[in-house]
Structure formats: C-alpha cells, structure tokens
Design a protein around this ligand. Structure first.
Ligand code: F3S
Length: 64
C-alpha cells in the first residue's frame, strides 16, 4: 500500500495524527508530516485507510 499526503490541502486538523501516530507527525505550524516514505507497513494498512477517510480536507490518499 502506498500513502500520499497533499501538503497543499492540509489545513492542520490533525485527525491523521490522532488516529495514526505511527504514520503522521505534526510540524511546528500544525501541518501533517508523513513518517513513512510512501510505503505503508502491512500492520498499518487499517490505520492508513482510517486516516485517509477522516481527513476533512481529503489531503490523504492511499493506493492498494
Ligand atoms: Fe492535515 Fe488532514 Fe491531517 S487536514 S493534519 S492531513 S487530518
């Protein structure tokens, strides 16, 4: 699974960080930062989908 964060769309809602702190961090401006280099480890696929589904700005996408 691949995960992509569109930083231009991120408005700092931080639901991604709350739901999947293994995949996301928050920078000094409150914007999301991806902690993985595109590839999502198998045990985090559910969390990746959850984060993508819960971003109000649709800034996160996953490709199976
Ligand atoms: Fe940004 Fe969406 Fe996360 S707006 S901080 S990517 S929940």
């Amino acid at each position: 699974m691949q995960i992509h964060l569109d930083s231009d769309k991120c408005q700092g809602h931080n639901r991604c960080y709350a739901l999947a702190p293994e995949l996301f961090d928050v920078d000094d401006y409150g914007q999301a930062v991806l902690l993985v280099d595109g590839d999502v480890p198998a045990d985090l696929h559910d969390k990746a989908r959850l984060a993508a589904a819960n971003c109000p700005e649709y800034a996160i996408s996953v490709a199976e």
